[in-house]
Each structure stands twice: as structure tokens, then as C-alpha cells.
Design a protein around this ligand. Structure first.
Ligand code: PLP
Length: 396
């Protein structure tokens, strides 16, 4: 049971301290216990704790946050749809994609393509586009979805051809696959799939729920690969987890049928009770302020190669097969595949041994992931390396 957090550390109810090596679940980008965010939330709760944003209602933090996020978007004139988290936002973007095509006279464009290894939350559509084998445990939820090999543009092209481009609505992708193993796309892959989608009238939906807000050394991760997606799905790091919030950034051409100056656009009949919650938006604004004021986005970029280089020291260990990463402050320590095959519980064991040594990571199919707060210092990296070395010895 965790009871306290400060900076890059959390403490349990026995007084034990842990380095938060995975930013909780990939979201504590500014670290724990930042009073600036807590104060902003408290002040907002005292002024207007909540009111919905249906119809033409808005509130000051929701409006300011939308402007701030739109100004970060790669395409000028983008608009923001706020939700409560990543899963909500995936449902929003994919439904919006299908509706957008319908409004343009192509209602048959419904198929959603995603990548093997991709994770997009637990909702109906998110589960259906999941790139991990356990999705089959739930039977078929949403029809007209399929997955392609995560690193081959030709696989996407072939799938669009197989389905017929006129039936494909959107391609959903994480710039760097997170929970699926910290999989860095091959050079040029993302630009190439963007081109394939454009050529085939398929919308692109970048899921930057993990990669956004500094994790990859840029605000929205897509800049890192010079992408201009039709929609960007975000959550987690937008508030560093101080309160739940997510959303979708829609490019101008997506917005167009819904947003006319005289209010005559089509209604997107979709919205959650707490979308635009003032306290959550106040948390996000304070978090964006901190990321900017502390230079944390560029810091991640500066630290990425030394962080990755230090972790590569673990490659000397006979249980380690590779260190994946090198783009932003996220990495995976992957174990020898034969060992994982022989002993499927070994990754969980590695994770537990790390925890005993004072380091919290995120377990993966073949190892553990690290994605520390962007405030991390050299001494924290040392601590993580020592804990990982001892954890690796512990599974020997
Ligand atoms: N997309 C990605 C890439 C994620 O990693 C996650 C959560 O880990 C989600 C979507 C779902 O977000 P949430 O758990 O906030 O619904």
C-alpha cells in the first residue's frame, strides 16, 4: 500500500521508499507531490468544483486548456475534445473517424487497422484494436477491425488492399509502442505509413497516451517523427496523473463538418459526464506550466542517450538479451527469450525482485519497462541500475 509520494519516489505503509521507475503507469512526468498542481486543483475546487460541458457550456480551465493544447498541435486550427482518459479518447477518435467518412458520403469506410503489440485501453473499440493475444479472451466486441505487423509498412499496404481502401476508416498507432514492449519504429516507418494512409483516404490516429507530454522529448511525440496525424489521442502525462483527463486533438479537416462559425455543423453525439471537468483541466494547465517552466520536455531529449547508454550496461548480464529504447525517457530491459519461454513467470519475478531492491518498474511480456519522471537525476539512474542488477541476480 503506497501512502506518500515526493519527486521521483513513493513510500509504502511500512515506510519503505521506492524509486518510481515507471512514473506509476507511465504518467507521473513531473514527479510526485508538486504543490503547484495541488494548489491549482484546490483553488479551482473552491471556485467551481464542477459543471458539465454539454451544449454550449464551458468553464474557464476547460477553455484555457483547449487553447493551450491547440497551440501545441502540429496543425494550426486544430480543436480539442476532452475526455476522462486514454480509453475514452480512443473510442472518441475512432467513432469520430467513422462518422467523418459518413458525413463525407463514404459510410462504408468503417474498418479500423491497428498494429501488433499496440495497446489502446480497455473499452470496446480499444479492446477490439488491441495488438495483444489476450484480446481474443473477450470474443468479438467490435466488428471491422484488424491488426498488422507493427514494423512493416508493406503489411499495412497489403491489408488496405485486401480490405479495399473504400472500406477502411482509420489506422491507429502508438509512435513508440509502450505496454507492448517499448518498440521503437524502424527508421522512416511512421512517415511511410502516414503516406500510405493519405494515398488511400485512410485517417491516421496517433495514440500518444504514453509518448506525449515530454516522454519522447517533444510535447506531443508526433513532432519527433515529423508526423501530421488527423487525430492525436492523449491522456496520462497531460496531468501527470494528478487528476484523470484525456482527449483528442482533431486536425482542421476533421473538425470542418462539425464546426461552422454560425453553429450549423453536424453534432457529434458523444460526450462523457466529466469531460472538461474544471479541476482536472486546472491540473492539466498547472502541469503544462511545470513541464514548460522546468524545461522537462527538452530535458527528456537531452537525457535520452545517456539514460539508454547507462541501461545498456546491463547487457553484460547473462539473463539480458537487449535494452530497447533510445527515443525519449523510456526503455525495456528484455530477458533472454528462451528463458521467458521456459519460465513464463520470470518477468514478474524480475519485477518483484526490483521492487524488493527499491525500484518500481512495469512488467512486460519479455522483461520490464522503465519510464521515470522527467525530473530524474543521475543519482536516480544509479539507484535504478543497482536495483536492476540485483533483481537480475535474483532471478538467476
Ligand atoms: N493508449 C495507450 C497507448 C495506453 O498506454 C493506455 C493506457 O495505458 C491507453 C490508451 C488507455 O488509457 P486509460 O487507461 O487512461 O483508459
Amino acid at each position: 500500500m503506497l501512502v506518500r509520494g515526493e519527486g521521483a519516489f513513493v513510500w509504502d505503509d511500512q515506510g519503505r521508499r521506492y524509486l518510481d521507475g515507471a512514473s506509476s503507469l507511465w504518467y507521473a512526468n513531473v514527479g510526485h507531490g508538486r504543490t503547484e498542481i495541488i494548489d491549482a486543483i484546490t483553488a479551482q475546487l473552491a471556485e467551481l468544483e464542477s459543471f458539465h460541458t454539454f451544449g454550449d457550456f464551458t468553464n474557464r480551465p476547460a477553455s484555457e486548456l483547449a487553447d493551450r493544447l491547440a497551440s501545441l498541435a502540429p496543425q494550426e486550427g486544430s480543436k480539442i475534445f476532452l475526455t476522462n482518459g486514454g480509453g475514452d479518447s480512443i473510442e472518441t477518435a475512432t467513432k469520430l473517424a467513422r462518422l467523418w467518412h459518413r458525413l463525407r458520403g463514404e459510410p462504408e469506410r468503417q474498418h479500423l487497422i491497428s498494429r501488433t503489440g499496440g495497446y489502446h485501453g480497455t473499452h470496446g473499440i480499444g479492446t477490439s484494436i488491441l495488438g495483444m493475444p489476450y484480446k481474443d479472451e473477450f470474443g468479438q466486441l467490435v466488428e471491422r477491425t484488424s491488426q498488422v505487423q507493427w514494423d512493416e509498412p508493406a503489411a499495412l499496404e497489403a491489408e488496405i488492399e485486401r480490405l479495399g481502401a473504400e472500406s477502411v476508416a482509420a489506422f491507429v498507432f502508438e509512435p513508440v509502442i509502450g505496454s507492448g514492449g517499448v518498440l521503437i519504429p524502424p527508421p522512416g516507418y511512421l512517415r511511410e505509413v502516414e503516406r500510405i494512409c493519405r494515398d488511400n483516404g485512410v485517417l491516421t490516429i496517433a495514440d500518444v497516451v504514453i509518448c506525449g507530454f515530454g516522454r519522447l522529448g517533444t510535447w506531443l511525440a508526433v513532432e519527433r517523427f515529423e508526423l501530421t496525424p488527423d487525430m492525436i489521442v492523449f491522456a496520462k502525462g497531460v496531468t501527470s496523473g494528478y487528476l484523470p483527463l484525456g482527449g483528442v486533438i482533431a486536425a482542421p479537416r476533421i473538425v470542418e463538418p462539425f464546426w461552422t462559425e454560425n453553429g450549423g455543423g453536424h453534432t457529434f453525439a458523444h460526450g462523457t459526464t466529466y469531460a472538461g471537468h474544471p479541476a482536472c483541466c486546472a491540473a492539466a494547465i498547472a502541469n503544462l506550466d511545470l513541464l514548460a517552466a522546468d524545461g522537462l520536455v527538452s530535458r527528456a531529449l537531452e537525457l535520452e542517450s545517456s539514460f539508454h547508454g547507462r541501461l545498456e550496461e546491463l547487457c553484460g548480464h547473462n539473463r539480458v538479451s537487449e535494452i530497447r529504447g533510445g527515443v525519449g525517457l523510456m526503455a525495456a530491459v528484455a530477458l533472454d527469450p528462451e528463458l521467458v519461454l521456459r519460465e513464463p513467470g520470470v518477468t514478474q519475478k524480475l519485477w518483484s525482485r526490483g521492487r524488493e531492491a527499491g525500484l518500481l518498474t512495469r512488467w512486460l511480456r519479455d522483461g520490464v519497462a522503465l519510464a521515470p519522471p522527467l525530473t530524474i537525476e543521475e543519482e536516480h539512474v544509479e539507484l535504478a541500475l543497482d536495483a536492476l542488477a540485483s533483481a537480475l541476480d535474483g532471478i538467476a
